[in-house]
Structures are given as structure tokens and as C-alpha cells.
Design a protein around this ligand. Structure first.
Ligand code: FAD
Length: 482
């Protein structure tokens, strides 16, 4: 009788799971294990919203395993100690897991792999969190890519079509005497119930992920247009499912190819755009792997001395959605209420923080880390640095999004604003984007008292923009003289 431990981490699925597939081929008894060891994520242990997701995703995985005659064994870290203990308890001869690529995780995994192998345990490390492992591509000069387009070109050439691995119908029984920690003891759910609305928006776990995946072909015909419309449910909402590995990127890629093969109007363009987004995710992991310092330090080292401002007042107003700039506040409230924010609005709120308010992008990234259900170190870091102008392929700092114009362009009927800022609902559409432009009588008729029902802008947009450009020029001149 050979026993394998299948060590689940952020691959909380039974379909297309390389580690599980390998264990099923090589062992006749399988012990599914989850070890909770947030300290092994270094400075980036999961934030509050991610822990909420994890709680529900582990519940879903436990149920799927139970339906197949198996059982998830939950233990506390350190991972190596927990695995050792389970090997002793079960006599397992192999440990199968899927790789993760965050720098702290990779370091731990390598140490664990070495320690287990040294003791004669067979270790299988599967690939399935990314389409292409971060070290599999390099530029012609042999260095890592820092620009998306050549990265994506090279990545596309390395994509290998994979065939689907269905979830097993049944799993060999794991020993019932094994002690498993009750999930609630991990304390993943918040004590103060700020997560009340999350259930309405999300279904964590593989079933929810596959449901979203099935909706993909309906989304594709309009994806290229709707993905920029925050009021429209136009994107896949796969990001937290991808982060927790409830669906593999290979499954998503295959679904896109399948939709392309069916060729309906608009599908091809939508599919191309979605493929590009999926490759941004790959690029983000490539950059994080090769520049592991970037969650805390700008890739463009010159930005280490950029004169970010320090202001608790501005930061708190931004976090609470009380800046007085409707599109920014709507986004921040969507984030708080649902654990998610539309990509276009993420760019707007991030730009407002780093440019109009000139606060350090790391403060924004930390807030996202705690509040996003899809908080992902690679994606969050790359995108924040992109917006702040200090990262890979970044928008230059002097290119400053005008939140009012962005709002008018991408939420023309102010539907998104109306959803998240009901206090402005009495205003006409054009005034909702910029209530400070409304006349006193319009405000009065709409029942809005600026500074009372809704804040006055905490930063005047034109002044904030001018101050950001000035700071940028000053900083640039210090670089030349340094
Ligand atoms: C400041 C900022 C911070 C962000 N932080 C995160 C984060 O922590 N986690 C996260 O997953 N995404 C992050 N993003 C990227 C993007 O906003 C989300 O991936 C997207 O909104 C998720 O919604 P969706 O699944 O419906 O996306 P879709 O449009 O349906 O895209 C499909 C998938 O492609 C990937 N993707 C899409 N856009 C990007 C992008 N710009 N960069 C990398 N991958 C992308 C995601 O995995 C996404 O699920 C951030 C963007 C910004 C501007």
C-alpha cells in the first residue's frame, strides 16, 4: 500500500490539478492536507478579505473531497513540521504539491523539498498556477523582460496546449484516525463582520469558479468594450478564483480557445483582449520572480527618492471613499463592500492616490492587499507600480489620469456612481461626475449639501495635478544633478 500526501495550498481544486493527478497515478492511498502557515508568506501574509475567501474555499474543498469519499486534513504550520508529522502518522512515501511562485514561498518550498528528499520522501512539484513558469522566458539578451509586449510575444510561443484532467469521481479513502483541526480554529473569518455583503457577490470554491468559467463564452462578444465599463458586469470575475487556484489558468485559456473556435461575432476580438489580460498576469509573476524586492521597492530605482507626501488625513479619506471625487469614492466603497473593484476604477483610484494626493503607492498597495478578495502579490505590485510610474512598462509619472474625465468617459450614465454613492442620486448625470461644479440651487434641489452629505474634494483636481507635475520636475532635476 503506497500513500501520498497531496498538499493543497493555492490550488484549491480537483480538476486539472497536476499534484492530485500524479498522486492518483502513483499511490493507492491519498491523504489531502492543508497546512495553515501564513508566516511563510513573509511580510505578505493573506489580508482580511483573502482570509475570508480562504475560509470558504477550504470549506468548499472539504465538501468536494467528502463527496468523493475522502477528507481534508487541516493542520497548523510550520509546513515542514506538519508534513513530517503526517508522514510519520500515515507512512506516506511521497508528497505532491503544485508550485507557487511568490519569492517567500519559493524559498520555503525549496527548503521543504530538499529536507523531504534527503529523508527519502518522493517529492512531486506540479505546475498549474501559471501558464508559463516565470523562469521559462527571457529576452534575447538573456535578461528578464521588463516590457510587456516582447514578454507576451515570447510567452505565446512557449504556450503548450494541455489536455483537461477531469476531477476524480472517487478518491481512495484516507485514514479516519488522522486528526484534523476544525476550520474555525484557523480564525480566518473576521471578528467584526465587515464581510456581511461578500456572500452576495461571491461563491468561493471550485464550483463557483467553474460557474464563472462557463459564463466566459457569453462575456466574450462584448468583453473588449464592456471591460472598461464599471457599471456593466462585463469581465470574468475570475481573479480570486485564479489566485486561490480554484480554476487553473490553463482551463481559462482552453475555454477562450474553444470560444474562438466557435467564432461568433465579436468573440475573436474579445478573446484576443482577454488573452492579453491573462498574459499580464503571467508577466506580473515573471517580474516578481526576477525582481523579488518590488513589493516594497520600486523597480525603477530612481523612484526610491521620490518625494511622496505623508498625510494620514488624505490616506484615511481615500480608504473610506470620502475624497469628494465621486469615481474615486465609488471605487473605494465597492472595494469595501464587495472585496473587489473594477479594473478601470482600480487604475483611477490608484492614480489619484499616487498623483493627485502624491501618497506613496505602497500605502495604497497595502490597503488593497487587506481588502481585495483577489489580492495577489504579483498582480498588485505590478499594477501599483505601473500606475505610479515606477515599475515595469509603467505609465510615466507625468501622465495623470483626470478622474472626472475618466468618470464621464467610462460611466457615461453615472450608473456606477449612482450604485455606490446614493447620496448624490438626486443630481443630474453630468453633475454627479463633479458635484463641486453644480450650482447651489442644483445642489439644493438634489438635497445635497457639499461638505455635509458628501465631502468637498479633498484635493482640487487641477491643483493636485499641477503639484504632482511640479514635484516630478523637481525630483527629475535632482536626478540630473546627483
Ligand atoms: C492598482 C491595481 C491593483 C491591482 N491588484 C490586483 C490584485 O491584487 N490581484 C489581481 O488579480 N489583479 C489585480 N489588478 C488587476 C485587475 O484589476 C484585476 O485582475 C481584474 O480587475 C480582475 O477582474 P476580472 O477577473 O473580472 O478580470 P478580467 O478582465 O476578466 O481578466 C481576466 C483575468 O486576467 C487577469 N488580469 C486582468 N487584468 C490584469 C492586470 N491588469 N494585471 C494582471 N492580471 C490581470 C486576472 O487574473 C483576471 O482574472 C490590479 C489592478 C490595478 C490597477
Amino acid at each position: 500500500m503506497t500513500t501520498a500526501l497531496v498538499w493543497f495550498r493555492r490550488d484549491l481544486r480537483l480538476t486539472d490539478n497536476a499534484a492530485l493527478g500524479h498522486a492518483l497515478k502513483t499511490a493507492n492511498r491519498i491523504v489531502p492536507v492543508y497546512v495553515y502557515a501564513p508566516e511563510e508568506d513573509g511580510d505578505w501574509a493573506p489580508g482580511g478579505a483573502s482570509r475570508w475567501w480562504l475560509h470558504h474555499s477550504l470549506t468548499a474543498l472539504s465538501e468536494s473531497l467528502a463527496q468523493r469519499g475522502s477528507r481534508l486534513v487541516i493542520r497548523l504550520g510550520p509546513s515542514l513540521e506538519a508534513l513530517h508529522q503526517l508522514i510519520r502518522e500515515t507512512g506516506a512515501s511521497s508528497v505532491c504539491f503544485n508550485r507557487l511562485y511568490e519569492p517567500a514561498r519559493l524559498t520555503h518550498d525549496r527548503a521543504i523539498e530538499q529536507a523531504l528528499t534527503a529523508q527519502g520522501v518522493h517529492v512531486y512539484a506540479g505546475h498549474g498556477h501559471l501558464l508559463i513558469e516565470p523562469w521559462a522566458t527571457q529576452s534575447q539578451s538573456g535578461s528578464p523582460y521588463r516590457v510587456y509586449t516582447p514578454y507576451a510575444r515570447s510567452a505565446r510561443m512557449r504556450l503548450v496546449a494541455s489536455s483537461p484532467q477531469p476531477a476524480p469521481r472517487a478518491l481512495p479513502l484516507s485514514p479516519s484516525r488522522l486528526i484534523s483541526l476544525p476550520l474555525r480554529e484557523l480564525g480566518l473569518r473576521p471578528r467584526i463582520r465587515w464581510d456581511a455583503a461578500f456572500d452576495r457577490h461571491w461563491q468561493p470554491g471550485e464550483t463557483g469558479a467553474l460557474r464563472r468559467l462557463r459564463q466566459l463564452s457569453e462575456r466574450l462578444p462584448n468583453y473588449a468594450r464592456d471591460r472598461d465599463r464599471p457599471a456593466t458586469d462585463g469581465t470574468t470575475h475570475l481573479s480570486p478564483h485564479l489566485h486561490f487556484g480554484e480554476v487553473a489558468p490553463q482551463q481559462v485559456w482552453r475555454a477562450v480557445q474553444q470560444a474562438k473556435a466557435e467564432v461568433r461575432t465579436g468573440v475573436l476580438h474579445g478573446a484576443d483582449v482577454l488573452e492579453r489580460e491573462l498574459l499580464w498576469r503571467e508577466f506580473a509573476h515573471h517580474v516578481l520572480h526576477h525582481y523579488p524586492q518590488t513589493p516594497d521597492r520600486p523597480l525603477d530605482k530612481r523612484f526610491a527618492k521620490f518625494p511622496w507626501r505623508r498625510s494620514k488625513t488624505l490616506l484615511t479619506a481615500w480608504q473610506r471613499g470620502e475624497t469628494g471625487i465621486p469615481i474615486v469614492d465609488a471605487g473605494m466603497r465597492e472595494l469595501w463592500e464587495t472585496g473587489y473593484m473594477h479594473n478601470r476604477v482600480r487604475m483611477i483610484v490608484a492614480s489619484f492616490l499616487a498623483k493627485h494626493a502624491r501618497l506613496d503607492w505602497r500605502q495604497g498597495a497595502r490597503w488593497f492587499w487587506d481588502t481585495l478578495v483577489d489580492a495577489d502579490l504579483a498582480n498588485n505590485t505590478l499594477n501599483w507600480q505601473w500606475v505610479a510610474g515606477c515599475g515595469a512598462d509603467a505609465a510615466p509619472y507625468f501622465r495623470i489620469f483626470n478622474p472626472e474625465l475618466q468618470s464621464r468617459k467610462f460611466d457615461p450614465q453615472a450608473e456606477y456612481l449612482r450604485r455606490w454613492l446614493p447620496e448624490l442620486g438626486g443630481l443630474a448625470i453630468k453633475q454627479m461626475h463633479a458635484p463641486w461644479r453644480a450650482t447651489t440651487s442644483d445642489l439644493h434641489a438634489a438635497g445635497v449639501r457639499l461638505g455635509h452629505d458628501y465631502p468637498q474634494p479633498i484635493v482640487e483636481l487641477a491643483k493636485g495635478r499641477a503639484a504632482a507635475l511640479e514635484a516630478f520636475q523637481d525630483w527629475r532635476s535632482t536626478l540630473h544633478t546627483a
